[in-house]
Design a protein around this ligand. Sequence first.
Ligand code: FAD
Length: 487
Amino acid sequence: MADYDVIIAGGGLAGTITAQSISHYSNQNLKILVVDRNPETLPGRKGLAGWVCGDACSKEAVDFMSERIKVQWTNPEIEHDVKGVMAFSPDRETAIPFDGDGFMLNRTELPRIQNERCKKMGIEFEFEIGLTGLIYDGQQVIGIEGIDNKTKQPYKKTSKLVIDATGVTSILRNGLKNSTKVEKKINIEDLEITGRYIMDFEPGQKDLTEFDPDYCIIHLDQDIAPGGYGWVFPKSETKVNIGLGVEKAFLDKRNKRLGKKDNVESLMKEYLQRNTAITNAKLSEDPTDTLGNNHSGIFQVSVRRQNECMVSGGYMMVGDAAWMPKPIDAGGIGPALIAGTILGKNVAEALQANDTSEASLWQYNLDFIKEYGYKTAGLELFRRLVQQMNNEQISYGMKHFLGNLDVEAISKGEHPDFSGLGKVGMIIRGALNQTVAKGLKYTSSENQWLVEHYNNYPKDPSGFDEWNKSLHQRLDASFAKIEAFGK
Ligand SMILES: Cc1cc2nc3c(=O)[nH]c(=O)nc-3n(C[C@H](O)[C@H](O)[C@H](O)COP(=O)(O)OP(=O)(O)OC[C@H]3O[C@@H](n4cnc5c(N)ncnc54)[C@H](O)[C@@H]3O)c2cc1C
């Protein structure tokens, strides 16, 4: 007999939400264990760098979870309310709002409170376990193994189902042996290197393009954050989460173009210094920020579509382990909330049927795509296109090519149609801007194909190989074409 019904590997944000959701949908009838490498005093820490995150998340995603699994987030895990995210063009002349009302979270308080709630629901925890792999019985995953860092002894536990919530670097996914459908490794160009500070400051020059207590600000700028963006997210009138993300290849190109040798850390420092609305900034001394030196840190985040297949026999993935962050803004909290909530229901049903085979767990792929995953491949193309553009092209595109419907689509996290581009008489000045227009038309038409393709995701594993083959053929062609727009 297995030690547990479900083991959740990784007690971060996605792992603990999933644990609560499974408990909710099974009426607390299942034996659930959450295993993490962190000590109990540092729950949910991503790694030695801390709980590195922009800390922003939309109210809509929190409501999605709260309404279904009846878990409410309040203060102190919510540190500050915002009215949305505002993305500024490099010339600051255009701003696009998206995501609507939202929250700035306290990422060290959240897991502490999550764990308390989980324990009240009867969910068990094991800390300081460095997981190294999965245990198999033929084609079925039946447990986890690793090292107990408290005793330095091997650690093994068995279960009917293992949920991988160990984040973007997941060793479990990398070494998964019972699936040819789950993608194991991520390409380097799909990872952003990102870092941020949590700081107290004195207000400087009032400039709502630099700091706004009501909005999370995003700066698109290929000199400041090549291949990514910079952000200034308010935690109060005088506290900020400020940081940026870059993609390595675009950073190298930018350094070559400007004759510089910057890295993420030097770019972060420059970004902070040039912000005139923030003066005398100091790393936050609040105990919840000094915990584990969380007030400054660098980590990585994926910016691609979610894994093509998120289940195998006895194994499921959630959160960053499944590459869920949204490809255009690396927002991973929202999809983790949505997926964790959905997953709980799928798990309760599979265990009720006493069947944790790949086929029985398959519905999770479909449910996540229906709720969120249908749009991510198109957004990945959009992200790749924007990365190819220079600052003038981004500013021009944001100013001239975005209609109201496009802004609405972006605000819902969907790929815009740029239907205005087809308008008779529309004059596009300059060859480079013609390229932007062509690129946007191309990604929006590809997006339509991709959304349709995802809506036709196979209903069971038998149709997967064919579906996946045509997805990859289409994507490979699109990636090559998009790269050509940058030449
Ligand atoms: C700089 C930065 C800024 C970001 N900003 C935002 C933002 O503003 N809004 C947003 O929505 N998203 C943001 N994200 C993304 C967001 O932080 C993640 O999507 C989210 O934290 C993912 O949660 P997770 O639980 O899947 O993974 P993680 O938070 O990485 O949790 C993984 C857990 O697994 C444990 N673990 C890992 N490996 C092992 C192992 N081998 N053995 C045992 N335990 C293990 C870890 O200790 C950790 O507790 C940002 C990311 C970065 C890097």
